[in-house]
Design a protein around this ligand. Structure first.
Ligand code: M6R
Length: 369
């Protein structure tokens, strides 16, 4: 069942090129326009929405966090991301022009289900992004966009995360197409970039030995920090969650810009810090800012583990280790940048002799509130 891998998590990490390719499959017509047949919310409703709220928990919420950056950029619709258990217990502003997107691998997470019910009671349309056919959340939603990651067995979510992010991109591009916020040739270009991702993910997997080797040597560390900006921020949060969950190591993800507002006090001699570096080809200042964040932590004694694009030489002087990922447009980069972090957590937990598929105190789907 594990296909020759030591754990389901390891297998599922290697399933990721296919999980993303299958999620993208069959969602464009011969002219290259997006068709999301399953999206049974009337086009008029989708044209009139003035706000999107993503509700989800854990890793699924981080995929929503990535979606926020992409959907706001492509569609100019405000997107809020909220943990489902928080959403329900405040007084969220939701109405008929709100699209609530509920993301869940299992489709059975009670916190997310209760938030779906609450949103529908307030008159919102609810779209589920889900990996499990016929599960409760899609059944109780107005529409569903299925991810096609295949069954995910390991408690730590990996391929479902990548498939969720891919589905969120499809949703964003579809809304941009429908609402005319991007020209058709711009949309086609982004879709081509998206379709190039499965091969790029495979290239990261082909280099996994380098990541494993470093992870195995760090099995006795007590704490890791993860820094990222823009879409690198949710990637940092996800990298930290993976380590906590399966390796039982204290790990925290931060927005890199937040460092000087407190977290940098944590950095002392030898502290391992992962930094997710954006593309140097982006048109903004992000790359330079993150490189200076690496310098800041290094100057305080941190050991820096840097995720950077092929050809990005600017990081080299400040990195103790560089894990390379293929060049990818900024908004799509989480699909490659998160993979070394998953491999790292899996290899480190395995080196500690832990059961990576069934970490203590956790269940695959959390069906209680
Ligand atoms: O099945 P769901 O996607 O609704 O599950 C949500 C979270 O419980 C889940 O992503 C959890 O955080 C994972 N164990 C993370 O690896």
């Amino acid at each position: 069942v594990k296909g020759g891998f030591a754990s389901f998590m390891d297998k599922e990490i290697h399933d990721q090129p296919k999980a993303v390719a299958d999620t993208l499959l069959g969602r464009t017509d011969p002219r290259g326009a997006l068709v999301l047949d399953e999206l049974r919310i009337p086009e008029a409703t989708l044209r009139s929405i003035d706000k999107i709220i993503v509700i989800a928990c854990g890793t699924a919420a981080y995929s929503g966090h990535v979606a926020k950056y992409a959907i706001e950029h492509w569609c100019r619709i405000p997107v809020e991301v909220e943990l489902a258990h928080e959403f329900r217990y405040r007084d969220p502003i939701v109405g008929p022009r709100t699209l609530v997107v509920a993301i869940s691998q299992s489709g059975e997470t009670m916190d997310t289900l209760m938030a779906v019910r609450h949103a529908r009671e307030q008159g919102a349309s609810v779209l589920a992004i889900c990996n499990t056919h016929g599960s409760t959340i899609p059944r109780e939603s107005d529409a569903v966009l299925y991810t096609h990651a295949g069954p995910e067995v390991a408690v730590a979510s990996t391929k479902a995360f990548l498939a969720q992010v891919a589905a969120c991109y499809l949703l964003g591009l579809y809304l941009a197409q429908l609402r005319g916020t991007k020209f058709p040739d711009e949309l086609r270009e982004i879709l081509e970039d998206l379709h190039a991702l499965p091969d790029k993910i495979q290239r990261v997997l082909d280099d996994e030995e380098a990541v494993r080797h470093v992870a195995q040597k760090m099995a006795d560390e007590e704490s890791f920090l993860f820094l990222g900006r823009h879409v690198g921020y949710p990637v940092a949060l996800e990298g930290a969650l993976k380590l906590k969950e399966i390796a039982y190591i204290h790990a925290e993800g931060f927005a890199a810009g937040e460092l000087k507002h407190g977290p940098i006090a944590l950095v002392d001699e030898g502290q391992p810090v992962f930094v997710i570096v954006p593309s140097p080809r982006g048109r903004d200042q992000l790359h330079a800012k993150v490189v200076s964040n690496i310098q800041e932590v290094r100057a305080r004694g941190a050991r820096t583990l840097v995720i950077a694009e092929d050809g990005d030489e600017a990081v080299v002087p400040y990195a103790d280790v560089v894990f390379r990922v293929p060049q990818t447009p900024s908004l799509l980069a989480p699909l490659v940048a998160v993979v070394p972090l998953q491999i790292f957590a899996c290899a480190l937990a395995t080196a500690k002799g832990l059961d990576v598929d069934q970490p203590r105190n956790l269940a695959k789907s959390v069906t209680v509130e």
